[in-house]
Design a binder for this molecule. Sequence first.
Ligand code: C2E
Ligand code: MG
Ligand code: MG
Ligand code: MG
Length: 277
Amino acid sequence: FKAKEQRGSLSFFSDDLTTAVRRRLELEQRLRRALERKELCLYYQPQWSIDGAEMTGVEALIRWQDPERGMIPPVEFIPVAEQSILIGMIGRWVLHEASAQIAAWQRQGLAVPRVAVNVSPQQLRYHYLPDEVAEVLEQTGIAPDLLELELTESALMAPGQDTEKMLNALRALGVRLAIDDFGTGYSSLAYLKRFPLDLLKIDKSFTDDLLESSQARAIVETIIVLGHKLGLGVLAEGVEYEAQRCELERLGCHQFQGYLKSRPLSVVELEALLAAD
Ligand code: C2E
Ligand code: MG
Ligand code: MG
Ligand code: MG
């Protein structure tokens, strides 16, 4: 009886697995087509000085406009892309698209904010990022300091790559470097003094709990002090309430980003906001 039950659950499990694999391959194929058909686009979320008075930059966030399924958020396809060579193609496209957008805004005479681009750990691992960045800078002719690369701690800690050398090469190109989701990765603090960084982005989970949890508050305070002492900018992600912004300002945080002031915007929406200034 027991064995039978076990076999039953085993075959159930394996059916499930096959379905999962099939679904993943299907998604991968659709994503490949989406890339060819230019169904991917970038939204841009404004980043603000902590008092909310000045837009200091925008973060480029990828979206997939599927003609049948509508807008698909990155959590639903970036992890799949990361398991295939698609992430390299997507990463390259994002870098190019964001840089070309900066150049287009400049041609339109809009006050161009800095654009931050998310870099996947796999992209960092399997592609030599300085070469890709040098290429888009050359192709688009934009000032390098208008481009910021968001890297994660785990990506920087990955073994088997000379991260320090690569980051120095990126720095030599003049682009800015930020650590995304700071405080959530599996990493040591030692790299902060070795790597040429510009910005720490406090993860949204800490912002969320800032007012309710003394632990979250202690972490946020510490990240801000760390940033100050190391001469790095500090930006808080996911700020939704004025009380959070207020507390972050009191603690000395430099910038924030979040629904409190703006959601990720389409190019048209952002252009309207830039033109209104
Ligand atoms: P992330 O880089 O940490 O981006 C922040 C996410 O938080 C974005 O979700 C943004 O829309 C959301 N967000 C911002 N402010 C608020 C807020 O006040 N409240 C709430 N609830 N959410 C807020 P999104 O656009 O869905 O992106 C999710 C993740 O997908 C990103 O996290 C990033 O890791 C990844 N991603 C997005 N675009 C790209 C890309 O072009 N390339 C790569 N490799 N990854 C990307
Ligand atoms: Mg990011
Ligand atoms: Mg983040
Ligand atoms: Mg995050």
